[in-house]
Design a protein around this ligand. Sequence first.
Ligand code: 13P
Ligand code: SF4
Length: 311
Amino acid sequence: MTIKEITKRINDLKAEKNAVILAHYYQEEAIQNIADFVGDSYGLSVEASRTKADLIVFAGVHFMAETAKIINPSKKVVIPDSNASCSLAESCPPIKFRNFIKDFPDHTVVTYINCSAEIKAMSDIVCTSSNAVKVIESIPLDKPIIFAPDKNLGKYLQKITGRKFVLWDGACIVHEAFSFDKIVELKLKHPQAVIVAHPESEEHILSLANFIGSTSGMIEYVKNSTKQTFIVATEAGILHRMKIEVPNKTFIPAPTVEANSCSCSECGFMRLNTLVKILNCLETESPEVNISPEILSKAMIPIEKMLNLSA
Ligand code: 13P
Ligand code: SF4
């Protein structure tokens, strides 16, 4: 089948089954182009909470599809590739986390949305990179905080909010791949370039950034900036959206320590999803995302708290 035929079949099935395709900015271009909504983790949760579709095809990673299911327990949520996991979510296994929080019973447990439904079920409130500061600031000053699973985002939030957290030792392999030396070299070659970075990046990378924000925050920033050239330290899929939003500007992916074909950082988990797999999952309505009713009802509480706070 040609791309044109695949696209037509996807659109026909979407109409026939009242389905919606939600995609993260890290998905490949062809997927972003066919999606009904492309956004960051927060925007995708909001969109999932508003959708009238019966079938949600989640082009992203597993924790994102799980979040859509938690918000819509009665709807069918499918993911193009069930192996599309997340290194950050995997760095926080539920049994270990349960033991970890036992030692801090008086702490408010704040978890970054990049974690499993089981971890969310153990949390007091969830946050994403675009509302994390607001979420932390909603917690009374005398309440100590556990922040999990991303230690880099946690360290960044400590700096911004002036709070001190008990941090879980998790990280994203994609955002820890950037090379400080190569970014400095690139900046010397493009002295006018502005560096934008995602807060999942390490402290030394963030120290180089002119702007730190979520994927949607970065897109807004490059749109509104008077500058022309940007070095972008996050997953390279976001460049597609940046080029659509501001085609006259130049975007350079931040280089990684390992030299690879594009020398940029790509999320292998996100890239498991393809257009053909989207077609397959629309046709078969599988693989379906299922969560036990007990975990689902517990995980819904901290997600709803976040959505209400950010509304
Ligand atoms: P946001 O979508 O919140 O910007 O986070 C990026 C990310 O790494 C998603 O896994
Ligand atoms: Fe997870 Fe990192 Fe991929 Fe985001 S970029 S899905 S945090 S592994």
